[in-house]
Design a protein. Sequence first.
Length: 210
Amino acid sequence: MKLTARKRSDKEKPKALRRRGWVPAVVYGPHLDSTPIAVEYKDLERLIARITRATKIELEYDGERHSVFIKELQRDPITDRFLHVDFYAPEPGQIMSLDVPIRLVGTPAGVKAGGILEHIHEEIPVEGPLEAIPPYIEVDITGLGLDEALLVKDLPLPEGLRPLLPEDEAIVTILPPKVLVTEEEAAEEEAAEGAPAEEAAPAEEEEGES
């Protein structure tokens, strides 16, 4: 993914930039001093609609080009419009930790049999070199049956990428269908619950008691 920006001076006020259709931003990294930049709102909006937080972006501005990730994206709490973006530029080969979304493909056999799909982890924290981190991890769950689960160790992770969750942690499970109680069974249960308890038989009088 590519994104074009421009450097901005300290004299440019954030509010004035936003009124002109720009979003204030900053780019920084181990080999790059913090640099204030500005991105056109429409370009950022189009980019955000197509990427995940784990997507590598080719950021260009004033003749420079850097591979970056979105570190932080600030939005207006009322209008939800973009207010500011932090771009992080790692060094080539740098080991990074990111949350990568999990994209499920296919309808599980267990769901077709009436089961319920429970997506426990919609993303997974991973660690690895910049080049090994994908924008998302796609998993085919067609073969999952009732009471079966997709575990962390089952994920098709790229070489060099290490999950930061236990390998036996469930990502997706197929729960059995809920048992439907018939009206007759419900009536019987209700009658049993409402029935008066049997009275205890009176104790026999002891012999010789007056």
